[in-house]
Every structure is written in structure tokens, then in C-alpha cells.
Design a protein around this ligand. Structure first.
Ligand SMILES: Nc1nc2c(ncn2[C@@H]2O[C@H](COP(=O)(O)OP(=O)(O)OP(=O)(O)O)[C@@H](O)[C@H]2O)c(=O)[nH]1
Ligand SMILES: [Mg+2]
Length: 338
């Protein structure tokens, strides 16, 4: 499944007005031969009003129909839409597009019959001017809403295509602990980088097969590297979005501390993330291949393991050297499928 926002299509008021007027006025319209006198002019002006009105209405309809029903999409995408646009603002703008469509259709109908009923050349022409002018002004009335929708659409369109129904493992931890290395090692294909509404952040998505079932791996570069108590509102919302997606959290701890963070700090982050995510969590003590080079590594790993094993499943791995990954996969499989 792809993102529900993939097909968004929004034109600005000016673009819609341009398109509608170009279609109506670019080429001369010729009345059928059987029409004579004033009926020829009526025909031409009615067709112009009809073209401007129906193109404008169709474009407006396309705008709100390209959006999914916001209340029936997965909470992950609801939360991201809320971060990007605000659900309330989004609903308001879509409502404005719908209102404009209905109003344009009403104006079109009204003026087409008024033109039919008139017999003065000057009246017919000024009715056509009035109709197209009113349609243009309905579009101008919602130009702010359309321009916002256009901006939101371009951000929403680039959201990652995450399948909320596919089992998902979110990999968290401080920077440099080896999250990307792990996701890269476990993924069957090169992980894809996906935009995430975080100024400079993105999600990295990998996939693997477990039990013949596709499982998603979500790498969270620099996103969950700070206790939720110090996150900004937007980051907390993004955390909530990730939470709605995660079936399992794999939290990476680097007992070698070559990542630049003390184990104590890493454990503290784990505690805070756990209290927010409240998901089955596996703690992976990574970089165990360095044990020969870093004298205190074994001791630090054992201490961490002792502190954690009551509350978490703990595995020792080396993402880079591929050590302990079988065990990690067995744990994941067990948690997901039994
Ligand atoms: N020795 C050793 N080095 C590792 C291991 N796993 C990762 N590294 C190294 O640690 C560094 C950081 O690894 P990354 O996978 O980029 O870490 P990350 O957690 O994704 O970092 P951010 O994306 O910055 O949050 C890299 O230089 C890796 O080569 C491991 O198991 N053993
Ligand atoms: Mg990384």
C-alpha cells in the first residue's frame, strides 16, 4: 500500500482561472448553421459561460476529491497531516474548495438560463461578462485556501509510503550506535530514504521477510536521540506517529561508547522512549565485536544487561560483523508471530 496522499492534485486560483478562460476564449466558437440572428450570439456566449464554469468546477472538484477521507486513514498519516497542515485547517481548506465548486456550478446554471431568456445583444454580452467575472471572483475568494492546500499537498505527497498493516520494527537509539548499519544488514534490498516532516530529518525504510511475511524496518536517524521530555511539540507528534506504526522497538545501545554517549545516558533515553512508546522492546547491545580492543566493553555490556533483563529482551550483537543477528531475528519472529 502506498501513502494515501500520493495522488493529491491542487491548482492555485490563478491557474484554474487561467485554464478556464484560455479554453473559453482562445479559439473562436462557431454557432451551428441552423441558428440565425441573435440566437447565434446567445449560443456563443452560453458556450463560453459553460466552458469557464465547467472547467473551474471540475478543477475544484479534483482538488478535494484527490484528498483521502481524513478520518478513515491510518493514525500514522493522520498525525503526519496534523503536523504538516493541522487537520482543522486542512478540513477548512477542502470545505472551501467544495463550497467554491458548488457556487461556480450554480452561477453557471443561472447565467446560462438568463442568457437564453434575453434577446438584447448588449444584455447577452454583459451577462456573459458578469458570469465569468463572478466565477473568477469565487476563485479569488478562496485563493488563500487553495495556495495553502497546494503547499500542504506537495509536502504530503512526499510522505513515505509505509504500509500500516505490515508488521513494523522501529529502530531507535542515540546517533552512531549502529541503527542504519543494522537496518542495512537486515534489509533484503537497499533501504529507501523517505521524507518525514521534520525539518532536516528523514526516515529510512528497509524490508525483510520473516515467516514468508514482509516486515518493515524503520530507521530513525537523529529523531529519537533526545528524551521526549526535551522534545518540541512537533517532535512529540512525530514520535506519536511512529508509535502508531511500531509493533516492536529495537533500541540500540552502544556499550563501547564509541558513539560518543555514555551507557548511562543511553539507558536514560531508553527509559524515556519506552515510557512514551509502550511497545514490546528489544534492547540490542551493539558493537560487541570490539570486545577484544576495548577492555571495559565486556564489563559494561554485562552491567547494562543486568540492569535491563528484568524489563526487556536483551541481545548482544555486532551489526557490522553480523554477530548475534540470528538471535535477534528469532526474538523478533517470536514477538511478531506467536
Ligand atoms: N565496530 C563496530 N562498528 C559499528 C557497528 N555497527 C555500526 N558501527 C559503526 O558505527 C558508526 C555509526 O553507525 P551507523 O549505523 O551510521 O549509526 P546510526 O545509529 O545509524 O547513526 P545516526 O544515523 O547518526 O543516528 C559507523 O561508523 C559504523 O560503521 C558494529 O557492530 N561494530
Ligand atoms: Mg543512521
Amino acid at each position: 500500500m502506498t501513502s494515501p496522499f500520493r495522488k493529491l492534485s491542487v491548482k492555485s486560483s490563478e491557474e484554474i482561472i487561467d485554464k478556464a478562460f484560455r479554453r473559453a476564449f482562445r479559439r473562436p466558437i462557431t454557432a451551428p448553421k441552423k441558428l440565425k440572428g441573435i440566437d447565434r450570439l446567445k449560443y456563443v456566449e452560453r458556450v463560453r459561460v459553460e466552458i469557464v464554469g465547467s472547467i473551474a468546477a471540475a478543477e475544484l472538484e479534483k482538488v478535494y476529491k484527490s484528498f483521502p477521507d481524513l478520518s478513515s486513514i491510518h493514525p500514522f498519516y493522520q498525525q503526519l497531516a496534523d503536523i504538516i497542515a493541522g487537520i482543522g485547517r486542512l478540513r477548512h481548506c477542502l470545505g472551501a474548495a467544495k463550497w467554491a465548486e458548488l457556487t461556480v456550478r450554480k452561477i453557471t446554471r443561472e447565467y446560462m438560463s438568463r442568457i437564453t431568456l434575453s434577446s438584447e445583444k448588449s444584455t447577452i454580452i454583459s451577462l456573459r461578462r458578469e458570469a465569468t467575472g463572478r466565477i473568477a471572483s469565487v476563485l479569488s475568494d478562496i485563493s488563500e485556501e487553495l495556495s495553502d492546500l497546494k503547499k500542504y499537498a506537495s509536502e504530503l505527497r512526499s510522505l513515505p509510503s509505509i504500509d500500516p498493516d505490515t508488521p513494523t520494527i522501529v529502530v531507535a537509539g542515540y546517533p552512531n550506535t549502529g541503527k542504519s548499519t543494522l537496518v542495512g544488514k537486515l534489509s533484503t534490498a537497499e533501504p529507501e530514504v523517505a521524507y518525514y516532516p521534520f525539518t532536516t530529518r528523514s526516515l529510512i525504510l528497509g524490508h525483510m521477510l520473516l515467516h514468508n511475511t514482509k516486515v518493515q524496518l524503520v530507521d530513525t536517524p537523529g529523531m529519537l536521540d533526545r528524551p521526549p521530555s526535551r522534545m518540541k511539540k512537533m517532535e512529540l507528534q512525530a514520535l506519536a506517529a511512529l508509535k502508531s506504526l511500531a509493533d516492536i522497538v529495537v533500541f540500540m545501545i552502544d556499550p563501547s561508547e564509541t558513539c560518543g554517549y555514555q551507557v548511562r545516558k543511553q539507558l536514560h533515553l531508553l527509559e524515556e522512549i519506552s515510557s512514551h512508546m509502550d511497545k514490546p522492546t528489544i534492547v540490542a547491545l551493539n558493537k560487541m565485536d570490539l570486545a577484544d580492543h576495548i577492555p571495559k566493553l565486556e564489563e559494561k555490556a554485562s552491567k547494562a544487561e543486568a540492569a535491563l533483563k528484568e524489563a526487556y529482551k536483551v541481545v548482544r550483537i555486532s551489526a557490522e560483523a553480523g554477530i548475534g543477528l540470528d538471535h535477534l531475528l528469532k526474538l523478533i519472529e517470536h514477538m511478531l508471530f506467536s
